[in-house]
Write a protein that binds this ligand. Sequence first.
Ligand code: S3P
Length: 286
Amino acid sequence: MNAAAGREAAAFGGPNYGADLFVNATPVGMSKNGAASFNAPPFDFNAVGKKAFFYDLIYNPRQTQFLYEAESRGHQAENGLGMLIYQAILAFVHFTGLAVPEHVTNALFDSLSFSKNVVLTGFMGCGKSTLGRRLAEKMAVAFYDTDNLVEKEEGMSISEIFSQKGEGYFRRAESDVIARLAKRRGAVISLGGGAVKNPENISQLKQNGVVFCLDRDVRHLLGRPQQTRPLIKDKTLEEIAALKAQRAPLYEVCDHKVLIKENDFDANITFILDKLHEMQQAPSGN
Ligand code: S3P
C-alpha cells in the first residue's frame, strides 16, 4: 500500500493492512453444502486503499463472498480460473513436451471464463419459465426450472405439496434444489416467484450467476394461471396486486430488471443477452 492509501485507510480508524494486493489462498468461500461455506475470510475492507486488488484462488463459485465484497466496493478483483488454466497448460507442456499456441490458450480461457448462470426471478406468472426456456435455447445452454424440479422430486404438483405438506415444506425443498443448481455453471435457471423470500437462496445463486427480475402486469394471472398457484388461487386482482406490492422489496436483490414486453419475448431476450454481453466486456465480467 502506498503512503497516501495508508493514510486514507488509517483515517477510517480501522487497521491498516499496508498492502495493495490481497490474495485469499484459503478454502473459505468454496462451494460446499451449507451456508457457512459461503462466508468471506475475515477481512476489514475499510483498511485498504482504493487501488487495492483482490484475488481469490477459488474458481468455483466464480464469485466468492470475498470477491463480491471487494467488487461491490469498487475494487478490482479476480478469481482463480486463470491460475487453474495456466498451471494446467504449463503442466501439459512439461509432461508432453508439446507447445500450446497462444490462440489456443486464449480460446480456452474465453470459453471457460464466461459461464455464469442466468437466473430469472419475478412475481408469479411473469413469464420466467417460457422466457427462460427460449433464452437457454438461444444460448445453447441447459435450462432448469425450480418448480419443475421440486415437483419431480416430490412426485406431486406444487398445489398438492402446498395442500398436503404445507408451504414450509415446499420452501425447504425449493431451497435444496436451489443449493444444488447454484453450483452449476452456464445454465439458465428459472425460480419460483417466492424463492426470494429466503435471502440465502439468492446469495448462493449470485455466487455463480447473474439475477434478472422480470416484471409483468398481474392481470395476466387472472383465470386459469392462478388456479395452479396455491398462494393466489381464487384471489381477487386487488389481493394479487397487494401480494405483489408486499413482495416488491424482495425482488430488489436482482442485478437487472426486465420489464416484460407483452407479445415480444424476443425483445426481452435481446435485452438480457445485451446485458450479458456488456458484463462479459467489463474488466471483471467473468
Ligand atoms: C410461488 C410461485 C410459484 C410456485 C409456488 C409459490 C410464490 O412459482 O413456486 O406456487 O410464492 O411466488 P411461479 O412464480 O413460477 O408461479
